[in-house]
Design a protein around this ligand. Structure first.
Ligand code: NAI
Length: 345
């Protein structure tokens, strides 16, 4: 399936491409599904090969958000904004443009942080709309919330693998807002950490703060460890990698980790348990939504519920003899379908 076919098959509610010529800004806004409630999804700013790749990414990320919210038990759907980055971009104006589009949707879509978007960027968005989680208005550190969710998912994973935390070796790929926080939480549990980041300073910081062993970014995915935690960009789990990975489990925050549809079965065939990303990385959306609804940060116990969801997914996958991804997707789709059925309206 090529990019456009994937976009056409995604069953989107809304796809908007907006432009501010003077700012050099081009943004893609995708709302996948609002059957469970208003859509949620962050703003990703990065350089893309072209508009086609950016649209495909926005659609895939928005779709994953729908499944993530459904499995986290949230009254919320999936959306995403992708902002095409380039050296001449007027960044502040570009984020204001995104804020204006979100405002025009009147609450159907609430946005927040993602890769490439800082709290200063979100402040620009917040100048245009209140439908944004800035991470500075009281919902707490969203990267930390995501890391707590990944930690909870990993707890279920290591129980499933029969190892527990004792003597566990975890390889963390990417030490940004989630990866560094996750490394800290795992260090507190006495986990032996291997870390890698393309930014050598971030890797050095993890070595200094947590006694982590620094590994080359090109080899972290095949390092000798028990669990691989992808916390950089998605698309890293290729069919080919499955045969070379030494970890027995994968559990990280990166969105859309499988590079191609065949990869999930390849990892399962190698006996590697991959916790579906949209199960493990729901912490930020739980925290953002809790604050939007109740005006308080999400309690750690709410984030820890991700452990129970993960355990249920892994148990069902084992019983059915299928990859966890397939089970999680079926569970999420069932929840959305229930919300769509007339009985629940
Ligand atoms: P970030 O941008 O703060 O950090 C990403 C880190 O990965 C950076 O330090 C970067 O230098 C590093 N990196 C990039 N390519 C790499 C490579 N090939 N090898 C090693 N390191 C590499 O991003 P953040 O917010 O920590 O998010 C990480 C992942 O988790 C992303 O895929 C994001 O979509 C996902 N995610 C993040 C959430 C959040 O709350 N921030 C929520 C849900 C998912």
């Amino acid at each position: 399936m090529n990019d456009w076919q994937a976009v056409a098959a995604a069953d989107l509610e809304l796809l908007q491409i907006v432009r501010d010529r003077r700012a050099g800004a081009l943004a893609v806004v995708a709302v996948h599904d609002t059957s469970l409630g208003p859509a949620h999804g962050g703003i990703r700013r990065r350089s893309y090969a072209g508009l086609r790749a950016a649209v495909a990414d926005a659609v895939a990320l928005a779709t994953a958000m729908t499944w993530k919210c459904a499995l986290a038990g949230l009254p919320s759907g999936g959306g995403k904004v992708v902002l095409l980055d380039h050296p001449d971009l007027d960044r502040a104006a570009a984020y204001r443009l995104v804020g204006q589009v979100v405002a025009s949707l009147g609450g159907r879509f609430r946005t927040g942080p993602d890769v490439g978007t800082t709290s200063e960027d979100l402040a620009q968005v917040a100048g245009e709309t209140s439908f944004v989680s800035t991470g500075t208005s009281g919902e707490g550190d969203l990267g930390l919330a995501t890391a707590r969710g990944v930690e909870a998912a990993m707890q279920a994973l290591v129980a499933h693998l029969g190892t527990g935390w004792e003597g566990l070796r975890v390889a963390v790929q990417g030490l940004g807002s989630v990866g560094l926080a996750l490394a800290g939480l795992l260090a507190q549990r006495g986990v032996r950490l291997l870390v890698a980041d393309v930014d050598a300073n971030r890797a050095a910081a993890a070595r200094q703060r947590f006694g982590a062993t620094v590994v080359d970014p090109d080899t972290i995915a095949t390092a000798a460890c028990d669990v691989f935690a992808p916390c950089a960009l998605g698309g890293g789990l290729t069919t080919e990698l499955a045969g070379r990975m030494r970890a027995r489990g994968v559990c990280g925050a990166a969105n859309n980790q499988f590079a191609e549809p065949t990869a999930a079965a390849a990892f399962a065939a190698q006996g590697i348990t991959v916790v579906p990303d949209f199960v493990a990385n729901a912490g930020a959306v739980i925290a953002g939504l809790t604050f939007a609804q109740d005006g308080i940060p999400a309690r750690p116990e709410r984030l820890a519920q991700i452990a129970a969801t993960t355990a249920a997914v892994l148990a069902r996958a084992t019983a059915a003899g299928v990859p966890p991804d397939q089970v999680a997707l079926a569970m999420a789709k069932e929840r959305v379908a229930q919300a769509r059925s007339p009985r629940h309206r």
